[in-house]
Design a protein around this ligand. Structure first.
Ligand code: HT7
Ligand code: ZN
Length: 872
């Protein structure tokens, strides 16, 4: 397989003004007829180019006609997956008849079957598995879709836009016609047919138009869509109020499907969701999952403007829609709940997973310069770092100018397929702020390291900060430029009070510094005493910050910083420092011991009733195994695990009374609601329980067991179960068995059970995971189940990182098994193996050997790209 390059972009030689599709749906063979109203693109330099349409090996061409003339065999050819027609008029209607077999489609791209329904997934290049087409996002067309099916089996037949006709064929099949007036690329096309239940509602837009809202699921799930419906209405209102964006069709539909490669898809007017991202009820769904449903409903809805009305010119520009839309959904969730809590969660995820990607063999710029398979580039870099770039623009412009920039972007580019550069240009034009240097964030891969040193002059009351930036080489990018990095910061006195300062004549408690060179010194005046700097407040840039804080400085920031995010960040740093000492002791085989300053910080936190319980819970959570692995070089997984367990136990034993009291204080008898307030209390209660249980006291174990048995909501029940499993309590096995017994008929709950069971640390972890894959609840065709078991196993230190390499071999076997069946899922499963260079030498060699074994197979493009890049 070969790569394609951004630098080779050319406008399409042909355009498709109108697309008329007819689907004759059948369980054996589906017939797709397309009528494409085409013309040569006057802007193309290739006026004599043949017409080359994208297709797939799974599409069987029956006939092709230009205008009324069926083309003879010599007038066209099918080359691998392309249909080539050498000669066409300037404007014409191309008719193609193709056959496909959705029931045999295991890749879940194009048209496929999930349970008893037909559904589609066309982003990024799935449409070509339905029929021959110009399957690229800059070809935008008005779609009319006719669906023909047996109404007794498929009473619900949906596509984009509005239903405009309904009738019967001579054989008695039902015919439904949908028309979408908004031109769109093929990746936004969708079709669903099935026997579905519907929940209906209405939204009144700011201009007083009524929009019909419909959520479809299989009938047994329709009682679990109320939360998603409310979240949808909140999203629609928020987008009107925050971005001035109103919904544009008369109907907005969402369908839940069980088999789906990702979370959801923003098809115009017909979003399709992985049921795990849509269905929610207190008894079966945890707080985290409720929040995830809300965020994903919002994300897909927001795409209606940032993605659909204004779309991407080519797939290198993916972050144009994804980075901006993630920024929008993050802001929405922050507004619905707590700003600081949301920021901590998002940053914690970014620093754990995106930083690891940016330091690994798949590192790429937010706007990649090349790819072999675009599906591999739906990454944390494109999504999460892309969102951080938009957030930095927001910081640089301020709220008002940012909104003006967004208004200009939508007005200027409505109905167009554009680039990341067009987005920045709109922001620049609306604000008159120069973003020339800032643009490099889109093209430079890797996480910048910002190192800060300081000095204070008592006699002149001046304080100097010297900052340097460095970005290490990434694949294909050896030398790096200096980026424009906004550093939001403030100063604290040694007593923890705000210390105003003057910078370039501006006196303030807080400044935004512009680090634009490799090295820069900033001088603050009128600083009354030696300060402790609070740097990178709110994580104002996606960088690794290095500053030599003492433990006392960190304690001070943790208790007194005006910026809530930095209070959390200081606690994390303190914990990282202590854990690093313990990890080094474990690596050297020494007894573990640390003089913990964190204890004092945690005690103060647990004794301060005025704090937001959600923030307290976040601060109490020790840095994860994954985050510590990201920081380590090389990684000793068992040492990290041992260090975390040691510190947790030490904190638990020293503060046992505080944890017990906190548990009881926040254990409230209320009717479950997924509100920020209730979620905060549950989260602190369960965090306290996880520590308290570490003391091993009977009272703690009894409290856990009682909570598990009497919980009236999944958050409390599943938290108790997880604590038992991860704390390796003696009753963990019994609780897991009883949990499955109770929930075996709720597939989404069973998936949680699969993940937790696969993550259970035990001597025979691998055999246990193998038995899970043979369990009746497992299904290799269902991506959620594969992700649960193999994702859970990936967290299992003793199982996955077993010293004999059996864990790696097992994962490699599954990748090989899925490679052809579902290349997108197989490719994503490779991620843990891509980290082999960072592991300690013995494990590293074992992992590398598995990558080499995979490479010897006949690989899909998806897996081939990840494996070859990893081995380079
Ligand atoms: N825009 C959607 C991307 C997506 C996708 C991509 C590749 C393969 C399968 C997929 N399903 C959905 C999701 C989103 O970001 O909103
Ligand atoms: Zn998206």
């Amino acid at each position: 397989p070969s790569a394609i390059y951004l630098k080779d972009y050319q406008v399409p030689p042909y355009l498709i003004d109108k697309t008329e599709l007819t689907f004759d749906l059948d369980e054996a063979t589906t017939v797709v007829t397309s009528r494409l109203h085409m013309r040569r693109n006057p802007e193309s330099t290739q006026q004599n180019a043949p017409l080359v349409l994208d297709g797939g090996e799974d599409v069987k061409l029956i006939g092709v006609a230009v205008g009324d003339c069926a083309l003879p065999a010599e007038a066209y050819r099918v080359n691998e997956d392309k249909l080539v027609i050498d000669s066409t008029p300037d404007a014409f209607v191309l008719t193609c008849e193709t056959l496909i077999e959705p029931q045999n489609n295991t890749s879940l791209e194009g048209l496929y079957r999930s349970s008893s329904m037909f559904c589609t997934q066309c982003e990024a290049e799935g449409f070509r598995h339905i029929t021959y087409y110009l399957d690229r996002p800059d070809v935008m067309s008005v779609f009319t879709t006719t669906i023909i099916a047996d109404e007794t089996r498929y009473p619900v037949m949906l596509s984009n836009g509005n239903e405009v006709e309904r009738g019967k064929t001579e054989e008695g099949k039902t015919v439904v016609v949908w028309h979408d007036p908004f031109p769109k690329p093929a990746y936004l096309f969708a079709l669903v047919a099935g026997d579905l239940a519907v929940k209906e509602d209405v939204f009144l837009t700011q201009s007083q138009r009524e929009v019909a809202l419909k959520i479809f699921t299989e009938s047994h799930n329709i009682d679990k869509v109320d939360y998603a419906m409310e979240a949808l209405k909140r999203s629609m209102r928020w987008d009107e109020e925050t971005y001035g964006r109103e919904y544009d069709l008369d109907i907005f539909m969402i369908v839940a499907v069980d088999d789906f490669n990702m979370g959801a898809m923003e098809n115009k007017g017909l979003n399709i969701f992985n049921s795990s991202c849509l269905l929610a009820s207190p008894k079966t769904t945890t707080d985290d999952n409720f929040l995830r449903v809300e965020a994903i409903v919002a994300h897909e809805y927001f795409h209606n403007w940032s993605g659909n009305r204004v779309t991407c010119r080519d797939w290198f520009q993916l972050s144009l829609k994804e980075g901006f839309t993630v920024f929008r959904d993050q802001s929405f969730s922050a507004d619905m709940h707590s700003d600081t809590v949301k920021r901590v969660e998002d940053v914690s995820f970014l620093k754990t997973a995106q930083f690891a990607e940016d330091a690994g063999p798949m590192a790429h710029p937010v706007r990649p310069a090349s790819f072999i398979e675009i599906s591999n580039f739906y990454t944390l870099t494109v999504y999460e770092k892309g969102s951080e770039i938009v957030r930095m623009i927001h910081t640089l412009l301020g709220e008002e100018k940012f909104r003006a920039g967004s208004d200009l972007y939508f007005e200027r580019h409505d109905g167009q397929a554009v680039t990341c550069d067009d987005f920045v240009a709109a922001m620049e034009d609306a604000s008159s702020i120069d973003l020339t240097q800032f643009r490099d964030w889109y093209s430079q891969a890797g996480t910048p390291i910002v190192t800060v040193t300081d000095s204070y002059d008592e006699s002149t009351k001046t304080y100097q900060l010297t900052m340097t930036q460095e970005t290490l080489p990434t694949p294909g990018q050896d030398s790096k430029v200096a980026l424009h990095i906004p550093v939001r910061m403030g100063l604290l006195s040694q007593e923890g009070d705000l210390l105003p300062s003057s910078l370039d004549g501006t006196v303030s408690d807080e400044h935004v510094l512009h680090l634009t060179d490799f090295e820069q010194t900033m001088t603050f005046e009128n600083v009354s005493s030696r300060p402790v700097p609070s740097l990178l407040r709110g994580f104002s840039a996606p960088v690794k910050l290095r500053y030599e804080y003492s433990a006392q400085d960190l304690l001070l920031l943790m208790s007194s910083d005006a910026d809530g995010f930095n209070r959390w960040s200081a606690a994390q740093q303190l914990a990282v420092n202590e854990l690093t000492q313990l990890i080094n002791q474990a690596i050297q085989g020494q007894a573990l011991s640390v003089d913990s300053t964190l204890v004092d910080g945690f005690r103060a936190l647990l004794n301060d009733g005025s704090l937001d319980p959600a923030m307290v819970a976040l601060i109490l959570a020790l840095p994860s195994q994954a985050y510590l692995s990201e920081l380590a070089n090389p990684i000793y997984p068992a040492a990290i695990k041992q260090a975390r367990q040691h510190l947790k136990k030490q904190l638990a034993n020293t503060l046992s009374e505080e944890f017990e009291r906190t548990y009881h204080e926040h254990n409230m008898a209320v009717d479950y609601q997924a509100t920020a307030e209730q979620i905060a209390h549950r989260s602190l209660k369960n965090t306290a329980l996880s520590y308290w249980v570490e003391t091993g006291t009977e009272a703690a174990i009894a409290a856990l067991t009682k909570q598990y048995e009497t919980a009236d909501n999944m958050t409390d029940q599943f938290s108790a179960l997880s604590i038992a499993v991860h704390g390796q309590l003696s009753n963990a096995g019994d609780l897991l068995a009883s949990f499955y017994q109770q929930w075996q008929n709720e597939p989404l709950v069973v998936n949680k059970w699969l993940a937790l069971s696969a993550g259970q640390e035990q001597d025979n972890a691998l055999q246990h995971v193998q038995s899970l894959m043979a369990h009746p609840a497992f299904d290799l065709k269902n991506p959620n189940k594969v992700r649960s078991v193999l994702g859970g196993f990936g967290q299992n230190v003793s199982g996955f990182h077993n010293a004999d390499g059996s864990g790696y071999r097992f994962l490699a076997d599954q990748i090989i098994l899925l490679n052809k069946r579902n290349p997108q899922i197989a490719s994503r499963l490779c991620t843990p193996l891509t980290r082999w260079k960072k592991l300690e030498p013995t494990l590293s060699a074992l992992m590398k050997a598995e990558l080499e074994r995979i490479l010897a197979e006949d690989l899909s493009k998806d897996v081939y790209e990840v494996i070859t890049k990893s081995l380079n």
